[in-house]
Design a protein around this ligand. Sequence first.
Ligand code: G3I
Length: 475
Amino acid sequence: MLLNRPPQSRRRRRALLAGVVTVATAALGLGLSTQFASAQTTLRGAADELGKDIGVAVNYNLLQNDATYRNTVATEFNSLTAENAMKMDALQPSQGNFTFAQGDAIVDFAQANNQTVHGHTLVWHSQSPSWVQNLSGTALQTAMVDHINTVMDHYEGDVQSWDVVNEVVSDNNGALRDSFWLRGLGEGYITTAFQTARAADPSVDLYMNDYSIDGINAKSDKTYEIAQGLAAQNLIDGVGFQAHLILGQVPSNMEANLQRFVDLGLKVRVTELDIRIQMPADASELQQQANDYRRVTEICAALADCSGVTVWGLRDGDSWVPDVFPGEGAPLLFNDDYSKKPAYDAVLDALGGDGSGDPDPTDPTTPPTTPPPTGDGCTATLSVQSPWNTGATYAGTVTAGQALNGWTVTWTWPGSERISNAWSVEGNLTGPTVTATNAGYNGSLAAGQSTTFGFNITKPDGATASVPTVTCTAS
Ligand code: G3I
């Protein structure tokens, strides 16, 4: 998504005033914004059309030293997050000594390539320098406020959203994380951080960000409670779901979980997506990984208030995963030689791009396709994935009895259930009678092949989520 940027950022104005030209990485900019070959065949082309961010966490050293890395980051992504370069230990290694060079280099690269920047992160218990961890009371509070003010002021106009606090909820018991911030400042530090950030730059989207909150659980419940309190004071704009996932374990209620944050009036964002595999990864595991990536991307694509998906690194070998989970790896979209993994195609497909290799029917050189079958050529099933009090998530499966060019699944709700949002399906979805047709990319099926779609419903408080009888028709 292309932003109208202010003509001159705070950072750039200051540099010019000081007679300094921000050329540290001018050579990094490739000016690729208008060069990607087709909006349909790159992740960023598809995401731009969809109005979503597709982001990548970037490593400063690779951006500096590897031309293929730069080219791929510029071609495939419209949003960047600094993997490490904007954390407190990088930006303020000793008190009052701010070192912005690496963060600035990433911002310069993003601007040269018409990419947005998601700032990560202002207040975190990890990768905080030891000097701040040794402070307490007023001195700690002042240090936090100064850091937020100085960093946000420096990047005003350059960074469109910030993770104000990162990982503030404990893993086990739904309480706040026992960090030096909590011990030193009490639980009000989260509100203070957001108040400071809001005042520092009211034009930037403010997020809280965490891992293991992708499904509905005690940790995401606590996150919800905090976000609700901040939202009531208009101090927060979004919640970041890191989504450091394990193969085959996309939470079945992930979309319902994101939806409840959207229902608070907030944006949601998948901020650090990776899906790790027990090594060595075989072909079926890589296919399962593709399915998992597709699912997460579809969830965001279907939610108007999901600002985008960021993958936490470019190539498998760039990932933090093997260092922290020995024996696990291969969690990203690209192989180490920059070839694309099945997961890449799945993400491109889920963004509405052409990742399938299917012929383009509008291309005059494309051979004619098999005429659509007449009569019923498919079967369909619906199943309840995860019900909650006032709603439920459903999965639908369509299986082709013969080669199809499209399908329609119809049903009538027995009561007042209604679809609130859906993915991988189009049509008349929100009324009592549903006519669900294939999306652009999942209508062509070979005989015996299946595809899936999904949706959330609202239903009366406490009612059982019913499974209506469905009819599938080939079209
Ligand atoms: O820069 C030093 C280098 O000088 C030194 O030689 C080397 C020796 O180990 O360490 C280098 O620092 C490493 C740093 O990454 C930069 O590469 C640190 O050891 C290493 O711990 C650090 O890991 C980062 C980790 O956050 C720190 O907690 C990962 O790259 C980064 O991917 C990871 O990202 C976090 C998100 O910020 C928050 N959510 C979880 C996610 C994954 O852990």
